[in-house]
Design a protein around this ligand. Sequence first.
Ligand SMILES: Nc1ncnc2c1ncn2[C@@H]1O[C@H](COP(=O)(O)OP(=O)(O)O)[C@@H](O)[C@H]1O
Ligand SMILES: [Mg+2]
Length: 279
Amino acid sequence: MSLIELKQVTYQYPLDTEPVIKDVSLQIEAGKVYGLIGSNQAGKSTLCNIIRGFIPALFFGELTGSVTYQGKPVSDYNIGALAAEIGYSSQNPFTQISGVKDSVAEEIAYGMENIGVAPAVMQKKVTELLQLFHLEALQTKNPYELSGGQKQRVALASIVALDPQVVILDEPTSQLDPQSTEEVFQIIQLLKSQGKTIIVVEHKVDLLAEYCDEIILLADGQVVQKGPVQQIFSDPTILTYGGALPQMALFFLNQLHQTNQIPITLEEAIQQLKGGITR
Ligand SMILES: Nc1ncnc2c1ncn2[C@@H]1O[C@H](COP(=O)(O)OP(=O)(O)O)[C@@H](O)[C@H]1O
Ligand SMILES: [Mg+2]
């Protein structure tokens, strides 16, 4: 059984005249990292909100087809209980700060407080997370005084604090510099090593190539490609759907005119040049 399963899902926002998600069927397996890509307005954020049950529960509109989490319809879950299982960071870090806490440390603890985590446990967790997310120096700052990138790190820490099974990150690095972007992906890898399932909406295909197991490409509300990262990112077909190829794949395809076993990361290219066969 897949952890998350969508069957023939079609969704139309209220007042809209046509669906934005069209007949999407999708299986998400536990413990994998999924890169969700596609051009602007393709429906990526909408799909994230369908998976976590906010659509249609809070956005209303018309949804047909079925969406299940652990085999049970998402609509059968209490939305709060589901939110504890499926952590979500929105594409806008400014909407993610609770607004009720005066410091970064308290902000990270806020979600745990709400679910009644014991103070001693909470304190230990906050200390760990401040360190993991490089927020120690900012722990007494007001969350509103942070830069976009710092807010994003606090938002991520607040999600990880609740120990969800699934983490959905909607463009988590759009406000971040390259260094912080790399750090977000290292956190994704850490979460994966803890057995979490991760869906990350992201445009930076070179990083997706390095960290994802599978790629899902949405175009105009439909899943046009889905498969192992190596397969999707070594095939120029993706370009016809508005997707992009990693630099390494482009180099091997366009400059070296290689036709098969296209490496998608530096590491794979090195392996291949050494004469080894990758993946
Ligand atoms: N709350 C909303 N009400 C009506 N239409 C919306 C709403 N949110 C998004 N849309 C529309 O749905 C389509 C897909 O948007 P979105 O899911 O945000 O795409 P992406 O995240 O891929 O950029 C767009 O045409 C957008 O205008
Ligand atoms: Mg979006």
